[in-house]
Design a binder for this molecule. Structure first.
Ligand code: CP
Length: 319
């Protein structure tokens, strides 16, 4: 039997494609320890004291940006926030020059969200800091998939044999890609569902089932993860209308009635009445806000381990 890891093998978190099941399990067990820290009266530990983290957000974000900031503060790091609007990017400065100038101010860890796939990897080639990918184009969103796994483990502690369906615009979704890697590595049966225009050809090679019928995706499913229909991409006519999309692929109260143990997840932001009926978003079997809560502990775990932290057993000492 393989021994549980005590440290990560990777220096950066660019995506989950190269992370092993043991590394993913280490992040999850560390996140569970940090959840306990967050329940304390003073939810703060000194793990990253003396380290500086810069949050480079070149794209809009609510959940990821705020939870990274909170995670860094809970770990006692010094944080600097950068948003491309109002910066010298609007004067034409490149990502490389922006990053190198920020690093010249002595930064240890950089968190980056960018519209271009590969931007996080590119950053590792420009600066010495540890890099965490907070979403790069349609490539990966690893911390989202990790917080999703933590949320799924609260529903079912055993991943093996669990059935999770990811429904929506798989083609453009970095969340779907990272989840596909992490869920299949942990033994979850994954079904991808959506219109043919939103599912990449040949994706079943990654060990998932593909269907274009919502009922087929929901039958026997433990957790349905609905993805945001990216309204900003609808000019490419991936689907005739949002109303038609909702009729065919939107999860509605009748589905919750028909499948009484089905749980609903969504990475946010939700388009109410498109991928999920508004009543489904607010239903007690929707764990969308639990996902957000789990985001802080998960990002604390990633920052802590990438900064060289050891396995959770040592948390009692540092806390
Ligand atoms: N899930 C997610 O990435 O949300 P934000 O775009 O608000 O960060």
């Amino acid at each position: 039997m393989t021994q549980p890891l005590t440290t990560l093998r990777h220096r950066h978190l660019l995506g989950l494609a190269t992370y092993s099941p043991e590394e993913i399990a280490l992040i999850l067990s560390t996140a569970r320890e940090f959840r306990e820290v967050l329940r304390r009266q003073i939810p703060r530990v000194p793990s990253l004291r003396g380290l500086t983290v810069v949050n480079l957000f070149f794209e809009p974000s609510t959940r990821t940006r705020i939870s990274f900031e909170l995670a860094e503060k809970r770990l006692s790091a010094d944080t600097v926030n950068f948003a491309s609007s109002g910066s010298s990017v609007s004067k034409g400065e490149t990502l490389k020059d922006t990053a190198r100038n920020i690093e010249a101010m002595k930064v240890d860890i950089a968190v980056i969200r960018h519209r271009s796939p590969g931007a996080a990897y590119f950053l590792t080639q420009c600066i010495d800091a540890v890099v965490l990918n907070a979403g790069d184009g349609a490539h990966e969103h690893p911390t989202q998939a990790l917080l999703d796994l933590l949320t799924i483990s609260d529903i079912s502690p055993r991943f093996d044999g669990l059935n999770v369906s990811i429904i929506g615009d798989i083609m453009h979704s970095r969340v779907a890609r990272s989840n596909l890697y992490s869920l299949t590595k942990m033994g979850v049966n994954v079904t991808l569902c959506g219109p043919k225009t939103m599912i990449p050809f040949g994706i079943s090679q990654f060990g998932c089932r593909v269907t274009h019928r919502l009922e087929e995706a929901l039958e026997g499913c433990d957790v349905a993860m609905a993805l945001r229909i990216q309204l900003e991409r609808q000019d490419t006519s991936l689907y005739p209308s949002l109303r038609e999309y909702h009729n065919q692929f939107g999860i509605k109260p009748e589905h919750l009635d028909r499948y009484p143990s089905l749980r609903i997840m969504h990475p946010g932001p939700v388009n109410r009445g498109v991928e999920l009926a508004s009543e489904v978003v607010d239903h007690e079997r929707a764990v969308i806000l639990d996902q957000v809560t789990n985001g802080v502990a998960t990002r604390m775990a990633c920052l802590y381990l990438l900064a060289g932290g050891q396995n959770p057993a040592s948390l009692a000492e540092i806390g």
